[in-house]
Write a protein that binds this ligand. Structure first.
Ligand code: C2E
Ligand code: MG
Ligand code: MG
Length: 552
């Protein structure tokens, strides 16, 4: 196919190029290195023309310097025949010199003899995504952020109510995708009618909706949420079948808009999460007026986000020893994240991680942690080549499309041996699709990385996870052992879990060994590792190297 002469090919290209304002297409003849790009991309980024020779190099000039290396490696892999796909998110410079986030996705097309011939794909420009959701006809997340920005610029008050469903994926699973969309459309329509002219309604990511208002007071928002809950329970139906839905809701009351819109959204997400996981769908409200202590939440989230965007300087990692139950010798350590910033002081991870986990910036933080741990880990391994380093991984990191490539490139760049890395997953991973989770774990294990199940037994899915994924270690939470000497229920639970793990030949590590008495008591269980204040609290790398356990 010659791109200059083939009318049909050109017409198909034109048709696809015209289908979206924010998604561009390109096709490159790998033999001649001549490419054709959507006109819209040419205009937006100020490229030399629709037809370009050596487009990969021209495009590289537009890519943010920090993202160029990744881009170059992926492109080289394609053109040297080592990869058939290209999939990546990066920042690219438009014709005015502003960066927008883009995701590129492309494949190599072979000719009849199997020779790589065309490289074709799309580039999605997240900077100017269309602002209406096609399913519900409501404004989308981008428009929501835009509206918040305007409110902030005008220094107005705002209230945001985020509404989600408790088990929306069940609707898709049971009735199919199109029924799921129908439910979403009806709910969106009803919600818009209920809010009427008192605010604006947005369809957010996934199955979430937002109401943005500066007219409604707190009581009105509470009342509205009650009505929404009732509406979702009683008035949705598809093809005459009533579909009762359970909602959860999080609200943010912003009296003085001193932070930015992303922080308000992150706070609303945090409130929604708390409603879903801790309050059985009851409305959770975070206030931000002068005399409310919850004010810390929004400004804290704002500071945390900025801290991440600023290169994670205020974060640091502590390490806590893990020892062999049999010999008492150090076998490894767990990396635990810390954040310190005035006036907040030392904020514990149990508080700030749930606030950030759902935020887009969390992935950056997770990568920073992994990189830091691998670099510190190389130092540890020089002294003690037998150690394994555990790192906690959130399910939101795992579900990120770039997690795999990121971890592989971090291992390659730092030279950290993957067999000495153990990723700790918690039960929150069971939020992910099980097949997806299994695939991810399989991929990580194929590199030699180990997997541990953390906080085992604290939720409802421990056994299911144990059944579904091949883990290298189970960590029993401190909750089960802190009163074990007197609590017979805890004794029975720990005994059964240890027995079950031993039968499955999975090592068990007990957390929360705080003193000698507890250690002596625990010795009656057949476990392989201990962790706890008795050995050491989590401490920074330099202090860790001074531990007598480490130097033995
Ligand atoms: P976890 O992974 O179960 O970590 C163990 C927690 O128990 C740590 O709390 C540790 O300091 C504490 N601990 C250890 N031994 C004892 C003891 O003997 N007594 C008592 N009272 N506590 C003990 P920390 O550092 O506050 O971390 C809390 C949770 O935050 C972690 O629980 C983990 O779920 C999460 N977390 C910490 N760092 C990270 C991270 O880098 N990434 C992610 N995604 N989560 C992290
Ligand atoms: Mg852990
Ligand atoms: Mg744990």
């Amino acid at each position: 196919m010659n791109m200059h002469s083939s009318d049909v090919a050109n017409k198909i290209f034109d048709a696809f190029a015209a289908t979206s304002k924010s998604r561009y297409i390109f096709i490159c003849n790998m033999w001649t290195d001549i490419s054709r790009w959507s006109k819209r991309a040419v205009e937006f980024f100020g490229l030399p023309g629709e037809y370009m020779e050596g487009a990969a190099n021209i495009w590289e000039e537009h890519i943010h310097p920090e993202d160029r290396k990744r881009y170059r490696e992926a492109i080289d892999a394609v053109f040297s025949g080592h990869a058939k796909n290209f999939d990546m998110e990066y920042r690219a410079k438009d014709k005015n010199g502003n960066y927008v986030v883009c995701s590129g996705s492309a494949v190599v097309i072979d000719d009849d003899e199997g020779r790589p011939t065309y490289f074709a794909g799309t580039i999605t420009n997240h900077g100017i995504i269309d602002n209406v959701d096609p399913t519900t006809n409501l404004y989308n997340l981008y428009e929501f952020l835009h509206a918040l920005k305007i409110i902030r610029d005008r220094k107005m008050k705002v209230r945001v109510l985020l509404v989600g469903f408790k088990h929306f994926s069940d609707v898709n699973d049971v009735y199919g995708y199109s029924v799921g969309n129908d439910v979403m459309r009806q709910f969106g329509g009803e919600l818009r009618d209920m809010v009427a002219n008192k605010g604006a309604v947005y369809r957010m990511d996934g199955s979430k909706f937002a109401v943005c208002t500066y007219e409604m007071g707190i009581d009105e928002i509470k009342k509205l949420y009650g009505e929404i809950k009732e509406m979702a329970r009683t008035s949705l139906s598809v093809n005459g079948n009533h579909i009762p839905m359970d909602t959860c809701g999080g609200a943010v009351i912003v009296e003085d808009f001193s932070t930015d819109e992303q922080s308000v959204l992150a706070t609303a997400r945090y409130a929604l999460d708390a409603s879903k996981n801790e309050k059985h769908g009851e409305l959770v409200i975070v206030y931000n007026d002068a005399d409310d202590t919850n004010k810390r939440n929004i400004s804290l989230i704002h500071e945390l986000r900025n801290s991440i965007l600023d290169g994670c300087h205020e974060f640091y990692i502590c390490y806590q020893p893990v020892v062999s139950a049999k010999t008492g010798r150090l076998t490894g350590m767990e990396a635990l994240l810390r954040w310190k910033k005035e006036p907040y002081g030392d904020v514990p991870p149990g508080l700030f991680i749930p606030m950030l986990e759902k935020d887009t910036v969390f992935f950056e933080l997770g990568n920073w942690i992994l990189k830091q741990v691998m670099m510190d880990g190389k130092e540890f391994l020089k002294d003690r080549p037998d150690l394994t380093i555990n790192v906690n991984i959130s399910y939101t990191q795992l579900e990120h499309s770039e997690f795999r490539s990121k971890i592989v490139s971090l291992l390659a760049n730092t030279g950290f041996p993957p067999e000495h890395l153990c990723l700790e997953l918690t039960e929150r991973c069971s939020f992910l699709n099980m097949d997806f989770l299994k695939n991810e774990v399989q991929f990580l294990k194929s590199y030699g990385i180990k997997i541990a199940l953390d906080d085992f037994g604290t939720g409802f899915s421990s056994l299911n996870l144990l059944r579904e994924i091949p883990v290298d270690c189970i960590k029993i939470d401190r909750e089960f052992v802190k009163e074990i000497e007197t609590n017979t229920v805890d004794q029975t639970i720990v005994k059964s879990v240890v027995q079950c793990a031993n039968d499955l030949a999975v090592p068990v590590c007990i957390e929360g060994i705080e003193n000698k008495e507890l250690l002596t008591y625990m010795n009656k269980y057949e476990v392989s590792g201990y962790q706890g204040y008795f050995y050491s609290r989590p401490i920074i790398k330099e202090a860790f190297k001074q531990l007598s356990l480490y130097r033995k």
